[in-house]
Ligand binder design. Structure first.
Ligand code: M6R
Length: 604
């Protein structure tokens, strides 16, 4: 949450900073601001466009820092927007994270006659750094941070040394980009791609001084570190819309290539097996587990729920799924022989990260299913699988979810074949998975019917999603997509749960989206549809191509290709993502950046 960008080099800084902020805007868009030493900070409420409108000409200077905010402490006003200054007005900082003891620190500052004008914890940190600044910004930052409790990705500059940027990290990501004409700092490597693929990831407890042609990394306690740049594998095109109207649409349409990239070199159709280099070393342990726990938040949690059905049904591996925000705080009583898999697109989600740390403290093996290479969770887990889905820019997760389900199929094959999944079944799954990109490519050629149906369902204030087994979590994911992209009140239930209470809500104004592919619970789902129709609720069915019976029981039907049951949820997800997208567009909403959200939830 919140995006940070910094540049020190040979070129004019403010256009570069503005462009960097645009790439980071998905991390928060309550307000934005920019600072170039020697100039007053420029800040604006709302999206980056509002800040750009204020910057009628580039600010003079070839170094600066910038920020796009997702508000935590203090309303999204211009006064609360970053950058914040110290008392002298010569030290500026931008910050991502939460300073937990900011009230205490503020009182200490007030006793020294230092006051804050905003409601933010960040301004307290700026004032604190200024209060201990004696000509060496790095020393001041390190000293100030020794008083701080909380999380930060921090970037600071002083007017007195305008060619130097100081940065520090504790809990919120900081990446340094090494480019030919200068160096950069960002919360996310994707924002650096326009300049460089050579990056240095700061770890928690590290800080750095960055100039035009040098960088020096050390621990906040002062121990020098020798860090060499790593190469980011993504291309700059992957963070561009490439002709699509929205990133969300582009990312939904990337599903075929995402699956291809996720399975590349990992699937052995002729053997009905999968190989995953990142878990090879711990495969014996995984095969012998008594229990596996999957942890994630939001869509990643729902992907984990689907993963549980896959592992239990096809790999015979007892599995439970926990929300990151619960697992980290509850008393966990793991079997001696258990492990934790953290599922996360960003690799930075605070609650998922804290769960990994909790699992480690319990002595458990930890694995990650992570999209962003080099992210904190990727680095802190013992083993894992990268999604290779490419950068996901739209706030609503679409292609990453598809890739997470795909990784669970690969893991099911890998573990299952060692635990009794037959070669015949393994080959069937592997062959269909290999064919899936082509099937989806074909399916996505005509989505006009989804857009048409979306126009009708956009008129409703409520929606209920139902499914069974593999499609229960997909119902939850469909409902989450609709909520976050269209602000429609949406609920999700396992089909069998309706009559235990929630069916009471249904009437002719409360449509039901029923996931009813031809599988072993098809008949049960059809009964559920009959029950909701008896309450006059309109029914939109997502059903298997060729299912003529469903037309008689549902008001509208979106047909999907039939796949092996383990792969079916991947296919069923696509029309739900598109439905949310088209309803959001129909309502005239900003589908890429829904209100109140940020993509990477790095605060707790
Ligand atoms: O980066 P992560 O996968 O850990 O993020 C988890 C959730 O914050 C994320 O899936 C969120 O629910 C999305 N807005 C869903 O579209």
């Amino acid at each position: 949450m919140c995006g940070i960008f910094g540049y020190v080099g040979a070129r004019s800084a403010s256009p570069i900073l503005l462009e960097g902020l645009r790439t980071l805007e998905y991390r928060g868009y309550d307000s934005a601001g920019i600072y170039v030493p020697g100039q007053a900070p420029v800040r604006a409420v709302g999206p980056i466009d509002n800040l750009a409108a204020k910057l009628t000409a580039p600010l003079p200077g070839s170094a600066g820092i910038a920020h796009t905010r997702w508000a935590t402490h203090g309303a999204p006003t211009e006064l609360n927007a970053h950058p914040h200054l110290d008392m002298s007005g010569t030290v500026a900082i931008v910050h991502n994270g939460i300073i937990e003891n900011y009230r205490e620190l503020k009182e200490g500052l007030i006793m020294q006659g230092i006051t804050c004008t905003s409601d933010t914890d960040t301004e307290v940190l700026a004032k604190l750094i200024g209060s201990v600044y004696r000509g060496d910004l790095l020393a001041a930052v390190r000293e100030a941070l020794s008083f701080v409790r909380g999380t930060y990705g921090l970037v600071a500059m002083s007017e007195r040394r305008p060619g130097e940027i100081v940065t520090a990290r504790m809990g919120s990501p900081i990446v340094i980009g090494i480019a030919a004409d200068g160096n950069l700092i960002s919360s996310d490597p994707s924002a650096l791609l326009a300049h460089t693929k050579d990056v240095i990831y700061l770890e928690d407890g590290e800080c750095a001084v960055v100039t035009k042609d040098s960088y020096e990394v050390m621990t906040i306690s002062g121990k020098k570190l020798n860090k060499s740049p790593e190469t980011v594998e993504w291309d700059v095109e992957s963070v561009q819309k490439q002709g699509y109207e929205h990133f969300m649409l582009k990312e939904i349409f990337e599903a075929p290539s995402v699956i291809e990239n996720t399975i590349r070199g990992r699937l052995m159709p002729e053997k009905g097996r999968a190989k995953l280099g990142g878990v090879e070393r711990v495969l014996d342990t995984l095969v012998d587990l008594d229990r596996l726990t999957i942890v994630g938040c939001g869509s990643a949690y729902y992907a984990g729920q689907v993963g549980r059905y896959m592992f239990e049904e096809y790999a015979g591996l007892p599995t439970e799924v926990e929300l990151g925000s619960e697992y980290r705080y509850k008393r966990n009583l793991p079997d001696k022989n258990s492990a934790v898999i953290a599922v996360t697109q960003s690799g930075e989600t605070a609650d998922t990260l804290a769960s990994v740390r909790e699992a480690k403290s319990l002595g458990l093996l930890t694995l990650g299913v992570v999209n962003v290479v080099g992210s904190t969770i990727a680095r802190e887990t013992d083993a894992g699988v990268y999604n290779h889905a490419g950068p996901e820019v739209a706030v609503a997760s679409t292609k990453a979810f598809i890739s997470q389900l795909t990784v669970f199929v690969l893991l099911t094959l890998l573990i299952g074949r060692e635990k009794g999944l037959s070669a015949e079944e393994g080959k069937r799954i592997a062959a269909e998975l290999a064919a899936l990109p082509g099937v989806l490519e074909q399916y996505l050629k005509n989505t006009d019917n989804i857009a048409t149906v979306a126009k009708k369902y956009a008129a409703y204030r409520d929606a209920m999603f139902i499914g069974r087994k593999f499609h229960t979590p997909i119902a939850y994911e469909g409902s989450l997509k609709l909520k976050e992209v269209t602000y429609t009140h949406a609920e999700a239930y396992a089909g069998g749960e309706l009559k235990h209470g929630s069916i009471a809500m249904l009437d002719e104004q409360f449509p039901v989206i029923a996931l009813v592919p031809k599988d072993d619970v098809y008949e049960k789902m059809v009964s559920n549809i009959e029950e909701v129709r008896a309450r006059k609720a309109p029914v939109l069915a997502i059903a298997t191509e060729g299912d003529m019976h469903i037309k008689a029981v549902a008001d509208d039907v979106l047909f999907i290709p039939k796949m092996h049951p383990i792969l079916q949820p991947i296919v069923t997800t696509i029309p739900l993502q598109l439905l949310a997208y088209y309803i959001g567009v129909e309502k005239g909403l900003n589908v890429d950046r829904p209100r109140n959200l940020a993509k990477s939830v790095t605060v707790e």
